[in-house]
Design a protein around this ligand. Sequence first.
Ligand SMILES: [Zn+2]
Length: 407
Amino acid sequence: MSQNDFILKLLNITDTNIKIIDCINQNHRFEVRAKLTYAPFNCPNCGFNMIKYGFKSTKHFLLSLNGKAIRLNLKRQRFLCNNCHTTTLSHSPQLLAGKNVTVALNNSIVQLAKDSLTIKEISKIVGVSATTVSRSLYDNITFRQSAKVLPVNLCFDEFRSTGSDMSFICCDADNDHKLVGLLSNRLNKSITEFFLNQYSKQERQLVRTITLDLNAQYQTIVHRLFPNAEIIVDRFHIVQLVSRALDKARLLATSGLNHFSREYKVLKSEWKIFHMQESSLNAADSRYYRGLGEYSTQQNIVDLGLNQSDDFKHSYEAYQSVLEAIRNNDIDALSKAITHYKRNGSPMDIAMNTLKKNLSYVLNSSRYSYSNGPLEGINRKIKALKRGCFGFKNQMHFFMRIQLIRA
Ligand SMILES: [Zn+2]
């Protein structure tokens, strides 16, 4: 193996038509001088034999080595056709036509972007300017607004995108949770247009379930767009709704209490224990609770808080019955917990009322195994991407990056 091959290997170049002439160690980067030539071929225009016709130099960016940028100064063979006077420049699979970013460099940029790195960070790692990174990244990926085939089970959600806009996101509930649609706003009009334009009536009729959260206003359009689909309210949102109501009721119960009383201390600081499933409370082992300032058991703490206020106890029981029914996928118990709830003027009334209004959709959460868990995962990644990149000014760039981290 010649020295030339070693250098090519080091630079990640597999094209053996490239011959290294020199490596120059400049202050902040290496300049590699090389030649690209091969045997003449037939003219693409007329089929005549071409001849070698001098060289032309082009400059390219290579992936940095040990943090030092590398520039490739390539002398490329030109070919001439004596018949029709066409000239062509030699080409290598390592080079992107008309671009000075090499294929390997472009691939590394895309790979780093998938890891949610900012353009500046990528630029430092690969050793080219931020502008070049941005151009090579956003020019080479095409943003697909919709999936080719409409999945049968869908999840709907929304997330905060550029500025204070809320964007709509839809993904496949099965099959690796592939992204189906990404829209810049969450207006019913835009969502309706999107599905009507992208998918045929037959395709939309095949959709079986749509999982969404309760506060969304999508219910009204779902039936029009997907006539055969069942709406499932995401189970985590149901639990979230009642647990927020429980927190409000807990804070109400503390009002008027002496701040040094044990009841106030447990209600104020041991809130986590009130959110636990009642059947999993530990009544045997005591440990020190800092908020309370004494040794106690989980069961004791709950009893102390519940004895303080009947209203809070009522809310707690309602919360527990919903939680238990959802954990056990028990449709009857869930239905009973919601319809048998007695109003008492506490914050839990509003939560239960919301569940009651959407009862059949809420019960579907126990009938089907689908939830918005996968979308929440995607949303977490989107948040991390946004935080890491200090937000995005250009929404299209943001959406392209979302598509990349999902790829
Ligand atoms: Zn020709």
